[in-house]
Write a new protein. Structure first.
Length: 129
């Protein structure tokens, strides 16, 4: 199963790089159009694949892992976030879905900022040596 996920992840990562770069080059500017399109298309793809695979005996667990955890996970983890939020909403867990969205966005941005600050400090410390 691990090899199916690994193969899908490699393909998804390459697809993200190629599509994201192509879109960004064509769109130009500083707005992250490539990343936005990758996140949207990855969410669409994961929603379709999971719903179809879970509703059909024709999709093996290995194929499902290759396409969902592997390809979509390598393509964008935003798709997993999107699907999990929709699953909570479909289960009627609206407050938990909202909490998940708010915590995911706010804490992820805070963690990214902390990483940027930490990197600046490390670079500054290296410059002082």
């Amino acid at each position: 199963m691990v090899w199916f996920v690994a193969a899908g992840s490699a393909l998804g990562g390459v697809a993200r790089f190629l599509l994201g770069t192509l879109i960004q080059q064509r769109a130009g500017g500083t707005f992250p159009s490539g990343t936005l399109i990758v996140n949207i298309t990855g969410s669409l793809l994961l929603g379709f694949l999971l719903r179809y695979a879970l509703g059909s005996a024709a999709v093996s667990p290995e194929t499902r892992a290759l396409l969902t955890t592997g390809f979509c996970g390598g393509y964008t983890t935003f798709s997993t976030f999107s699907y999990e939020t929709i699953a909570l909403l479909e289960e009627g867990q609206h407050q938990r879905a909202l909490l998940y969205v708010v915590l995911s966005v706010v804490l992820s941005l805070a963690a990214c900022l902390a990483g940027v600050i930490l990197a600046r400090e490390v670079l500054a410390a290296r410059g002082r040596l």
